[in-house]
Unconditional design. Structure first.
Length: 132
């Protein structure tokens, strides 16, 4: 892996015009949902130009997108509004089923857990953005 990294660095030093192609690759990987791959390429770009504020910001944004604490939001990040609609439908259906089939001592914590998830999905990404 380190040989590939060194090869990429050498390629960027010898052919700086290829940076645009690598930026396009970062965008394509990120849009495809491969934020880890996009982050790796962006980190290589940053290694070749550590003084570039744009590359520093790009790496920061990609690190934030790939943060472990955002894993429960993966369907929404990966599939956008469609993912959000499916997660919402599943959550509401689970609450409805729990309400009718389980005792209130179990159904209520499930509802509160869902409420916590909803609040987390709105609040935590913004807090993480300020932290990273």
């Amino acid at each position: 892996v380190s040989d590939n990294n060194e090869h990429l660095r050498q390629l960027l030093r010898d052919h700086p015009e290829r940076v645009h192609s690598l930026l396009a690759l970062v965008i394509a990987l990120n849009e495809r949902g491969d934020s880890r791959g996009a982050l790796r390429v962006a980190q290589q770009l940053l290694a070749t130009r550590p003084d570039s504020e744009q590359f520093v910001n790009l790496v920061r944004v990609l690190k934030r997108q790939d943060h472990w604490s955002l894993l429960p939001l993966y369907p929404m990040r990966r599939w956008g509004w469609s993912g959000a609609a499916v997660v919402t439908a599943i959550g509401l259906l689970a609450i409805r089923v729990a309400e009718h089939t389980l005792p209130p001592s179990i159904a209520m914590p499930i509802a509160y857990l869902w409420l916590g998830y909803v609040i987390y999905s709105w609040v935590w990404p913004r807090i993480l953005q300020k932290l990273i």
